[in-house]
Design a protein. Structure first.
Length: 238
């Protein structure tokens, strides 16, 4: 039995750089604890996809006014697909899991996610999803802004080239177009935008524990987490 607390199940925040395996790690933790897993990045990707579909992203930039006027029309849900055994992202009753991973979305999502009104709306939805606890959420500002009260905060990072290779392998395995150099540049650019934006920049929460997984397998990361969990259950904050 892994239920951590009798009063309320815990909230676990996993933040960090793009493509360092946050979602794989967060999903594994959620499975282990029998908690829900929420990928907050897919919510910002869905908003970006929504803007693209409506023609509000073009060579001239982002039509912010139209996007903001229509923010209230965006509904995002995560639904379990029993065939794949995975949670899928649904935007306004359409399954968008594949669309939101494409290169155009990836190249625009940092700009969309830097818009304060977009963030405020996403944070409100995320807090509602975590109201009862029992959740593992990954993103950039989960431990700093969304759930500053989270019982466990993890800040993940990995070497840029290792991250680019992982994203490249992932796209190739899904038979999606991929160029290693474009991916590397995109990741570097997103790291920069995510860490320097004014609204909720990516930064380690003071009480977050750093996990650099450049040289770690998923199993080793899980072992690392189990040790951290045991310490936290005993009230040891390191
Ligand atoms: O985790 P990801 O690569 O799918 O996230 C896509 C983008 O969304 C990323 O460039 C930064 C942004 N994001 C954010 O600003 N805040 C979050 N909590 C999650 C993602």
């Amino acid at each position: 039995m892994n239920n951590l607390s009798v009063s309320r199940p815990w909230i676990i925040a996993v933040d960090g750089h793009s493509s360092c395996g946050k979602s794989t790690f967060a999903k594994a933790i959620a499975r282990y604890l029998k908690y829900s897993y929420i990928d907050s990045g897919s919510m910002y990707r869905s908003v970006t996809w929504f803007a693209i579909q409506n023609g509000w992203i073009s060579d001239h930039g982002i039509d912010k006014e139209s996007l903001l006027k229509n923010l209230g029309k965006i509904s995002i849900q995560f639904r379990f697909n029993p065939e794949t055994g995975l949670n899928e992202t649904w935007l306004n009753e359409t399954m968008v899991e594949r669309d939101i991973r494409d290169t155009l979305v990836s190249s625009m999502v940092s700009e969309i996610s830097a818009i304060p009104e977009v963030r405020h709306r996403m944070v409100a939805i995320q807090r509602e999803m975590g109201r009862k606890g029992g959740i593992v959420m990954d993103g950039r500002d989960i431990g700093t802004v969304v759930f500053p009260q989270a019982e466990i905060k993890i800040f993940m990072t990995a070497d840029l080239l290792v991250r680019a290779q992982r994203r490249y392998d992932e796209l190739i395995s899904k038979k999606m177009p991929a160029s290693f150099e474009d991916i590397r540049k995109n990741l570097e650019h997103r790291d920069y935008l995510d860490s320097t934006r004014t609204e909720s920049p990516l930064k380690k929460a003071e009480d977050a524990i750093v996990l650099d997984n450049s040289k770690m397998t998923p199993d080793q990361q899980m072992e690392w987490f189990k040790e951290l969990l045991e310490k936290r259950k005993k009230g040891i904050n390191s």
